[in-house]
Design a protein around this ligand. Structure first.
Ligand code: NDP
Length: 303
């Protein structure tokens, strides 16, 4: 069997087009242009790249973004002051604090401070708590897990009644993904670093969401034939040339890398029913869902 590839790039583009159309329609109806504030502390290159992709997406979809770059040594007090100002600013619909924050800052306190109506990343304890409670709905679902469920639905995978295994239990991916699957009536097992015999736990999984940050750890023979595999992992591994040697960038002189997921794609695609590639699977969905959440924030704040 060769798995059906779930094309995250195309599905993310569809979400972006829908958001773009809705933004244009609300502006034509005289409503405000949705606006996202991006808060970037320090100069981590990966974080700066993610923030600039988010700003670019806002511009493409007709939304405004306000960028707030802050020095790496900003105090907790000053960062909290900025969050309070953004909470109070009627021009700002969504607030995104790019994580991780430098270690001297209390991430939890910062996330807790973001107004629930502007928490477009869905990381505030109130939004996550609502996700965990029966009969309650969060205002926003964290973007990456939201994207994972969206991909499963777009691919036509039946979630209701399915056995699902989520690998990883982080606050931003694994745990909210597990909670979302429970809300969708799957029976969910969460695997983490203390889980014994992971292949045995996965044996009956109809749906696998892998978010552990371990390059190609999930092997083909761990996967039930026909299962749907959503690979969240983004891991850099050495890029080897045809001679099997590490490739060196002619531009920078540095060792080159390629990206792989948490699943061994070549093996898994021969067993799974559906699979997301890395790159081009979950990655593009995260920003698309952030854009959908920012539009939703503007709609909530219209009321
Ligand atoms: P974290 O490091 O916060 O969490 C990793 C989780 O995996 C933990 O729960 C940990 O267990 C578990 N884990 C680690 N090693 C093992 C192991 N050997 N066996 C079983 N479980 C293990 O990572 P994130 O959730 O932030 O990210 C996970 C991956 O997803 C990363 O590769 C990241 O780059 C990627 N990512 C991709 C995004 C996208 O847009 N596509 C967005 C966000 C993340 P324990 O709790 O016991 O420590």
């Amino acid at each position: 069997m060769t798995a059906q590839i779930i094309d995250g790039t195309a599905i993310a583009q569809k979400v972006r087009n829908e958001v773009k159309d809705k933004v244009a329609a609300r502006i034509a109806a005289g409503k405000s242009q949705p606006a996202l504030a991006t808060v970037l502390v320090g100069e981590r290159i990966d974080s700066a790249t993610y923030v600039s992709m988010k700003q670019k997406a806002c511009a493409e979809l007709g939304m405004t973004s306000y960028h707030k770059p802050l020095p790496a040594d900003i105090s907790q007090e000053d960062l909290e002051k900025l969050i309070k100002e953004l909470n109070a600013d009627p021009k700002v619909n969504g607030i995104l604090v790019q994580l991780p924050l430098p270690s001297h800052l209390d991430e939890e306190r910062v996330l807790q401070l973001i107004s629930i109506e502007k928490d477009v990343d869905g990381f505030s304890p109130i939004n996550l708590g609502r996700l965990a409670q029966k009969g309650r709905e969060p205002l926003f679902v964290p973007c990456t897990p939201y994207g994972c469920i969206y991909l499963l639905k777009e691919a036509g995978v039946t979630i209701k009644g399915a056995n699902a295994v989520v690998l990883g239990r982080s606050n931003i991916v694994g745990m909210p993904a597990a909670l979302l699957l429970v809300k969708e009536d799957a029976t969910v097992t969460v695997v983490h670093s203390r889980t014994k015999d992971i292949p045995a736990v996965m044996k009956n999984a109809d749906i696998i969401i892998a978010a552990i940050g371990r390059a190609e750890m999930v092997r083909g023979d761990w996967i039930k034939p026909g299962a749907a595999v959503i690979d969240v992992g983004i891991n850099g591994v050495p890029k080897l040339g045809p001679d099997g040697q590490q490739m060196i960038s002619p531009k920078t002189g540095k060792p080159m890398q390629r990206l792989v997921g948490d699943v061994n794609y070549e093996e898994a695609k021969e067993v799974a029913g559906f699979i997301t590639p890395v790159p081009g699977g979950v990655g593009p969905m995260t920003i698309a869902m952030l854009m959908a959440n920012t539009l939703r924030a503007a709609e909530i704040q219209d009321k």
